[in-house]
Structure formats: structure tokens, C-alpha cells
Design a protein around this ligand. Structure first.
Ligand code: ATP
Ligand code: MG
Length: 137
């Protein structure tokens, strides 16, 4: 099976949606392999969103991701990367269809509650940014 990095971003924690969102991933059948609450330092946010450096929303995105605690988790299962991306919906909550996490709970493009790795290769890199091997079960 496959692992992916999922973040419940600071808006999810601030809106008290952690339990509901975790339930959605769990009930799909994904296995929790790692879980923690992190106040992301700027350096971690920069590494996590390095691909977006230079874009107009980059500084705002870093401020958002460091604005409060984030729930970081590693989820494991068959096709976990694609399965999670489908559960999350499109980046823009306003365009994301109902039934997805962003479609049901988000209307913003930036404050869209969740992050999910977009490829197995990026999942490996991102898991290494947020977790040490000893933190994974
Ligand atoms: P994520 O990487 O967080 O899972 P994603 O892969 O759906 O989201 P990306 O294109 O990688 O979307 O953008 C990363 C994050 O940057 C988005 O989740 C969102 O929070 C923010 N973002 C993306 N596009 C915009 C935009 N046009 N304006 C403001 N914020 C944006
Ligand atoms: Mg992305």
C-alpha cells in the first residue's frame, strides 16, 4: 500500500473541525500511521510549499500555514495519495463539489482546510519534512 501526508491546516483547527475531518479519512478505510499537532515554524512552511515560491499568494500562504497549530498525519492504504485527493476535492472551496471535504466545508481558495500530497514521490518528501521515522507506526 501507499502513504500520504495530510495536514488539517490552521483553519480546520480554529474551526473545531479536526474530529469531523479525521473521521472522513478514517471511514474511507485509510490507516493512521502518524498523527501530531504542530505549530509550524516558518522554515517548515517554506519547505512544505517551496514549489509555490514566487507566486503572488506565497507570502500569504506561509502566514496562513504558520498562523496556528496544524494537525499533521500520515495515512496509509491502497492508492492513498489519489484516494485522499479525491476526498479533499478541488483547491478552491467555491468550485469544489459537495461531498468532498472542501466542497462541504470551505468557500475560500486559500483557507481550504486540508493539504494532501499530490504524488507518491512528493508524499515521501513531505512525510520526511513533518515526521521523523520514529514517529511513524
Ligand atoms: P495543497 O497543496 O494544500 O494540498 P492543492 O494541491 O489543492 O493544495 P496547490 O496548488 O498546491 O493546491 O496550492 C497550495 C495551497 O496554496 C492551496 O491549498 C491553497 O491553500 C493555496 N492557494 C493555491 N492557490 C491559491 C490562490 N490562487 N490564492 C490563494 N491561495 C492559494
Ligand atoms: Mg498542492
Amino acid at each position: 500500500s501507499q502513504q500520504t501526508l495530510i495536514l488539517l491546516k490552521p483553519d480546520a483547527v480554529q474551526r473545531r473541525l479536526v474530529g469531523e475531518l479525521l473521521t472522513r479519512f478514517e471511514r474511507k478505510g485509510l490507516r493512521l500511521a502518524g498523527l501530531k499537532l504542530v505549530q509550524a515554524p516558518r522554515e517548515l512552511a517554506e519547505k512544505h510549499y517551496a514549489v509555490h515560491k514566487g507566486k503572488p499568494f506565497y507570502e500569504s500562504l506561509l502566514s496562513f500555514l504558520t498562523s496556528g497549530p496544524t494537525v499533521a498525519m500520515v495515512l496509509e492504504g491502497r492508492e492513498a495519495v489519489a484516494v485522499c485527493r479525491n476526498l479533499m476535492g478541488l483547491t478552491d472551496g467555491a468550485k469544489s463539489i459537495p461531498g468532498t471535504i472542501r466542497g462541504d466545508y470551505a468557500i475560500s481558495v486559500q483557507n481550504n482546510l486540508v493539504h494532501g500530497s499530490d504524488s507518491p514521490e512528493n508524499a515521501t518528501t513531505e512525510i520526511g519534512l513533518w515526521f521523523t521515522p520514529a514517529e511513524l507506526v
